[in-house]
Design a protein around this ligand. Structure first.
Ligand SMILES: [Mg+2]
Length: 265
C-alpha cells in the first residue's frame, strides 16, 4: 500500500522579513509576546522582552503600540513603568502616543443585562472564569472545555436579543463586546496620528480577534504576522511567542553588534 502524499495546507505562511526602523509596530500581548496561561492574571512577561520593548520603541521613533483584548489598566500591570501607546478591550479604549485617552460610548443598560447573564452562568459553573473588563466581558472555559457548546449556545442566544453587542470567540473563551470598535479601527486611528502616520504598519497577533487588525493593515499595505497555527488572512507566520521574541530582538542585536556593547541604543 502506498502512503498518500500530504497536500500542502492552504494556510502555510513564510516567516516575516526583518523589521525595519521605518515600520509602525502593533503587537498583541497574550499568545503573541506572552505564552497563554490558565487565567489572564497568571500570564508572565519574559524579562528579555520587557527590556526590549522600550528599546524597540526608541528605534522605531516611538511608533510601537500594544493592541490587546485586555483593559489598558490590566496590560499596564504587565509592563510596569512603560506606558506605551495602547489599544485596550479590542480598540474600545485607546491611549495615543501623547498619553491622551480615547473611549467609545458605552450602552450601559445592555451591558448590565449581559453582565448579569454571564455572572449567573459563571456562578452555576464554577470552573468558568468571568473576566469583567467594563465595556467587554470574557467568559473563559479553559478550566472546563466540555462546557464549550453550552457556553456558546447560551451566550449567543442572549446576545442575539440585544442591540449593539456581538460575540467574539477566542482561544477557550467567548467574549461579549460592543460593536463599533475592533483592533482594526484602533490601528487605523493610530496610523492617522504621529508618530505612526506615514510608516509601514506591521501587526502581530495570534487569535481570531486579531483578524480585524490584519484586515486593516493589509488595506494600508503593511505586513501581517499570525502567531501559531490556524486559518488566517495574515501573510506571514511565526510559530510561538518565543519565535516572536527572536524576530523582535534581531534588529536590536544587530545594532548592538554594530555599535559594540549591550548598552547601545
Ligand atoms: Mg492574543
Amino acid at each position: 500500500m502506498t502512503t498518500p502524499t500530504p497536500r500542502p495546507t492552504r494556510f502555510v505562511r513564510p516567516p516575516p522579513p526583518p523589521l525595519d526602523s521605518d515600520c509602525a509596530l502593533f503587537l498583541d500581548i497574550d499568545g503573541t509576546i506572552a505564552d497563554l496561561a490558565q487565567s489572564p492574571d497568571a500570564v508572565h512577561i519574559d524579562d528579555a522582552i520587557a527590556a526590549a520593548l522600550p528599546r524597540l520603541a526608541r528605534w522605531l521613533g516611538g511608533a510601537l503600540a500594544l493592541v490587546t483584548g485586555r483593559t489598558i489598566t490590566s496590560a499596564d500591570r504587565l509592563f510596569p513603568g512603560l506606558a506605551l501607546p495602547m489599544a485596550g478591550q479590542h480598540g474600545w479604549e485607546r491611549r495615543d502616543a501623547a498619553g491622551g485617552i480615547h473611549l467609545h460610548a458605552p450602552a450601559r443598560r445592555t451591558q448590565a443585562r449581559l453582565r448579569r447573564l454571564l455572572q449567573r452562568l459563571a456562578k452555576r459553573h464554577p470552573q468558568l472564569l468571568l473576566e469583567d473588563k467594563g465595556a467587554s466581558l470574557a467568559l473563559h472555559y479553559r478550566g472546563a472545555p466540555h462546557l464549550a457548546a453550552h457556553v456558546h449556545r447560551t451566550v449567543r442566544q442572549s446576545v442575539a436579543m440585544e442591540e449593539g453587542y456581538f460575540v467574539q470567540p477566542g482561544k477557550l473563551l467567548l467574549e461579549v463586546r460592543p460593536e463599533g470598535s475592533d483592533k482594526g479601527t484602533a490601528i487605523d486611528a493610530f496610523m492617522a496620528e504621529d508618530p505612526f502616520a506615514g510608516r509601514v504598519p506591521v501587526f502581530v497577533g495570534d487569535d481570531l480577534t486579531d483578524e480585524h487588525g490584519f484586515a486593516a493593515v493589509e488595506r494600508l499595505g503593511g505586513w501581517t504576522v499570525k502567531v501559531g497555527a490556524g486559518r488566517t488572512a495574515a501573510r506571514f507566520r511565526l510559530a510561538e511567542p518565543a519565535a516572536v521574541h527572536q524576530w523582535l530582538m534581531a534588529p536590536l542585536v544587530a545594532r548592538c553588534a554594530l555599535i559594540g556593547g549591550p548598552g547601545a541604543r
